[in-house]
Design a protein around this ligand. Structure first.
Ligand code: NAD
Length: 354
């Protein structure tokens, strides 16, 4: 065993079917008297039901959460928060809604309850990504970590199979990169292996039978663990590339992670053999990158960057941006190898050493 540093991000987690009913009690615990409820437009109906459930404990609903947390939306929500004299935040939704809750918490220091309805894992991290003038910046602050997280499986049953799959693979990516992070540690690696195993076994069941409660709960458990990995250690080349592709070509977040993960895993395979063995053990496969590619195929997720709308000439520009402002990675980013890798990901080819 070598020396290591482990940071625990403190949050309280309620896990299980029907736990949403305890939201009022959780707000009392946090001394919140008038919560502002947050959602995307698509989840506004569900949020209104929660609003009614809360009665006097709810100050209002802001249902315009948007992907990548644009600062103008945050400013609009902040004005509503102040006008309604709310003293707490409830984010009901995926990473976009939870991102808005974090952005408001950063500006107000109000307590937050996050109720995730996807598998992206943002609820377990002290990380906030915000977009202003088309540019996305990311910061870490203990202020943005939700105080309480409620994982209620009932809320995930409506997540369509395609989104369930890509959101789950987005979570897998956090755990994969945690295994070879510069500041990897044995505690987080345990969580990473368990998270990969939980998502690897549950996602195929969910895609076949979206109403499968047990598989949905397994996936939420995996998402929790993978989110904790993202929150505790640094991410590497995979997250850097997805960040660049999302911001430069406006590609959808979870789908981009899904397409890229097998390719970046292969890129790092020789430099991170221990991480590869752990991924293989968790997924029950012989080869990490090929196993992840096969998992994607079995889930029917988009397989090519071109299908997400990326123009082929964009490959060189993306590599340029990745090279310019590098994240630490177990293998040095090499321009030619990255161009070849992105070429394969663009065309939907299997991962290949190189
Ligand atoms: P999302 O929150 O944008 O949701 C995608 C769509 O699914 C939305 O239209 C939403 O209304 C809908 N939806 C969500 N849950 C649903 C459900 N149960 N049933 C039916 N529809 C549902 O997607 P996401 O992938 O969860 O989040 C992506 C965002 O999260 C990105 O902005 C990303 O940067 C951010 N993120 C941040 C972190 C972090 O730690 N800061 C981690 C992961 C993702």
């Amino acid at each position: 065993m070598t020396p290591f540093t482990y940071t625990c991000n403190p949050s309280r987690v309620l896990f299980g079917p029907g736990r949403l009913a305890e939201l009022g009690a959780e707000l009392n615990r946090l001394a919140v008297r008038r919560a502002l409820l947050l959602s995307t437009p698509g989840q506004a109906m569900r949020a209104k039901t929660v609003l009614r459930q809360l009665g006097d404990q709810a100050g209002g609903l802001y249902a315009r959460a948007t992907m990548h947390t644009p600062t103008d939306v945050t400013a609009d929500a902040l004005a509503q928060l102040k006008a309604m004299e709310c003293d707490g935040l409830v984010a009901l939704g995926g990473g976009s809604t939870i991102g808005l809750g974090k952005a408001l918490a950063l500006r107000t220091d109000l307590p937050q309850v996050a109720i995730p309805t996807t598998y992206a894992g943002s609820e377990m991290t002290p990380i906030l990504g915000e977009t202003e003038g088309g540019r996305k910046t990311t910061q870490r602050s203990p202020k943005v970590l939700p105080e309480t997280v409620i994982y209620d499986v009932e809320l995930t049953l409506s997540l369509p199979p395609g989104l369930s799959a890509t959101s789950g693979v987005n979570a897998l990516a956090h755990a994969v990169e945690a295994l070879y992070a510069r500041d990897a540690n044995p505690i987080i690696s345990l969580m990473a292996e368990e998270g990969i195993a939980a998502l690897g076994r549950s996602l195929p069941h969910i895609v076949r039978d979206p109403a499968n409660h047990q598989a949905r709960m397994d996936a939420q458990y995996g998402a929790w663990l993978c989110g904790a990995c993202l929150g505790a250690v640094g991410m590497a080349l995979h997250h850097k590339i997805c960040h660049v592709l999302g911001a430069t070509f406006d590609l959808r977040h979870a789908e981009t992670h899904t397409v890229m993960l097998p390719h970046v895993t292969e890129y790092n395979a020789e430099a991170a053999p221990d991480a590869m063995r752990r991924i293989e053990r968790s997924l029950g496969v012989e080869h990490a990158a090929t196993g992840l590619f096969a998992l994607n195929r079995s889930l029917g997720t988009p397989g090519a960057l071109r299908d997400l709308g990326m123009p082929k000439p964009g490959i060189e520009a993306a590599v340029e941006l990745v090279m310019r402002d590098q994240y630490w990675n177990p293998r040095r980013p090499e321009r030619i190898a990255l161009c070849a890798m992105l070429g394969r990901a663009w065309a939907g080819e299997p991962p290949k050493p190189g």
